[in-house]
Design a protein around this ligand. Structure first.
Ligand SMILES: [Zn+2]
Length: 70
């Protein structure tokens, strides 16, 4: 059976079994991490800063995962 996913709400600090992904942090190197909120807080969460990245990516289709050559 599927185990419940337990996450702490990033806004009210409560533990929720039904976390809502509200924020994705992208690291320049290595994996990023996700921030979750409870269903009560998710609608109240500020707009994702990632939205800027999405818009930027839409304007520059080739800029999504480019990394400077080293
Ligand atoms: Zn909450």
């Amino acid at each position: 059976m599927t185990r419940p996913t337990i996450r702490m709400c990033a806004r009210c600090q409560r533990i929720t079994e039904v976390p809502v992904l509200v924020y994705v942090v992208h690291a320049a190197t290595g994996p990023g991490f996700n921030v979750y909120a409870c269903p009560d807080c998710a609608p109240l969460y500020p707009p994702l800063p990632d939205a800027l990245d999405i818009l930027d990516a839409a304007q520059q289709p080739h800029s999504t995962d480019e990394r400077p050559e080293s």
